[in-house]
Design a protein around this ligand. Structure first.
Ligand code: GLA
Length: 410
């Protein structure tokens, strides 16, 4: 990137320029770095990550950015443009902000990184994001990972941790400091996503494989705008039911430690040990792990029709067996399917509201978007938001004044 002629910065895009205006309004002097971390959409592999299973997400072209400079006094001071509010805490402090939630994500990440032995320093700057919040596109993970990158760069420790270690630290922050019992998928893809690729992630070993996203298809994301108020409690209840399934199946299959270890024929053979509800929860997870593997194989063969069918089957399983869909999500999936360019569609993320994702034939995405807007609005009496999205890069930190390039994780 050539330096900008007028002020010595690297050339900044329009959004970063606006964030810089925010910096100028709230701080003296100049920022030194820009940390960027994307949201995500999951193609397939839902509610499998906390069962040690497989997921196939992509990083979005929507992200959270932290424009910052290091501080010498071990404090973090951040102003969030969209919240119009400050976070201000000392590194190592476990005292939570009483009035607002977002600072906890940043503070918790700092604590988790320090626990890994990283010698953190303070930083200050502006936070700003364009990942829709509370919509199942992982704006929280994007905030955590952009904060993690800022912490590491401010401390000059950007290469100290691997991508999976950073993702684990952010997950730990969310589980323990924020108090949300999520799996690893969102933080992992935000850290390690690849432009033009999905990642097949093994959520047990954290091994991953880049899966090229083919030219012949595109992604359309429909935001139902329906609140996900049930998501927290029902998510934990589902996790508990999966654990119950493992506990009961272990009485006859002692080597299993998670549903990842259970095959479909084993589940059928021991069905009588489980209540109907626990059996159906297990069936979703076991069959969804198979669908992820099948989708990767179908993508490699260019069999998009099959990928679409697998997404449809995933939605049906989430709706009927895992019971995490909603009227709004079903209606969104139906609206997506009403256009012939749609090859498959499913809810994405935890469910109970938020977004659905459709795989569509390349070239039809704009028409699909219009059809979805009209159909969904007619059915639900709410205008949805519909995004056309391409698999994008994972998190990075850019120095603003030198040609060092970024720090993309190996
Ligand atoms: C949320 C969690 C993820 C994952 C999905 C469901 O997004 O944060 O860890 O469990 O739900 O697949």
């Amino acid at each position: 990137m050539p330096p900008n002629q007028t002020d010595g910065y690297m050339q900044l895009d329009k959004r970063t320029q606006q964030i810089l205006d925010g910096f100028d309004a709230h701080f003296e002097g100049k920022p030194t770095h820009l940390a960027i971390a994307p949201g995500r959409v999951n193609l397939i592999g839902e509610h499998t990550d906390y069962n040690d299973g497989f997921v196939l997400p992509v990083a979005l072209d929507r992200d959270v950015r932290v424009l910052f400079r290091p501080r010498a006094d071990g404090r973090v001071r951040l102003y969030a443009l969209e919240f119009d509010s400050w976070a201000d805490f000392a590194i190592g402090s476990e005292e939570r902000d009483s009035g607002q939630l977002w600072p906890n994500y940043v503070q918790g990440v700092g604590l988790a990184l320090a626990e890994l032995g990283v010698q953190l320093k303070g930083f200050e700057g502006i936070v700003s994001g364009n990942v829709p919040r509370g919509s199942g596109l992982s704006s929280s993970a994007a905030l955590e990972i952009s904060a993690a990158k800022a912490f590491l760069a401010a401390a000059n420790e950007i290469h100290t941790l691997t991508g999976p270690q950073i993702a684990r630290a952010a997950q730990k922050a969310e589980n323990e400091f924020v108090g949300v019992n999520c799996g690893i998928m969102d933080q992992f893809i935000s850290t390690l996503g690849e432009d033009g690729h999905a990642l097949l992630i093994d959520c047990r070993s954290l091994d991953y494989q880049r899966v090229p996203f083919p030219d012949g298809v595109s992604l359309v994301i429909g935001n139902t705008k329906a609140s996900r108020s049930l998501a927290g409690s029902a998510y934990n209840e589902r996790r508990g039911q999966c654990e119950e399934g493992v506990r009961l199946l272990r009485t006859v299959l002692p080597s299993i430690t998670a549903l990842r270890d259970v095959g479909r024929s084993q589940l059928e053979a021991h069905k009588s040990l489980l209540s109907d509800i626990v059996y159906r929860r297990c069936l979703h997870v076991v069959s969804e792990n198979e669908r992820v593997q099948d989708a990767v194989a179908a993508l490699a063969k260019g069999d998009f029709k099959m990928v679409g069918q697998l997404m449809d089957a995933s939605h049906a399983s989430l709706r009927d067996d895992y019971e995490v869909s909603s009227g709004a999500l079903d209606s969104m999936v139906e609206a997506m399917h009403s256009h012939p360019g749609c090859l498959g569609a499913r809810l994405t993320g935890a469910g109970f509201g938020g977004c659905a994702v459709a795989l569509v034939q390349a070239g039809t995405e704009k028409e699909v978007r219009e059809t979805v807007r009209e159909r969904y609005a007619k059915a639900m009496n709410v205008w949805p938001e519909v995004y056309i999205s391409a698999p994008s890069s994972g998190a990075r930190v850019l120095p603003l004044f030198s040609g060092e390039g970024d720090d993309r994780q190996a």
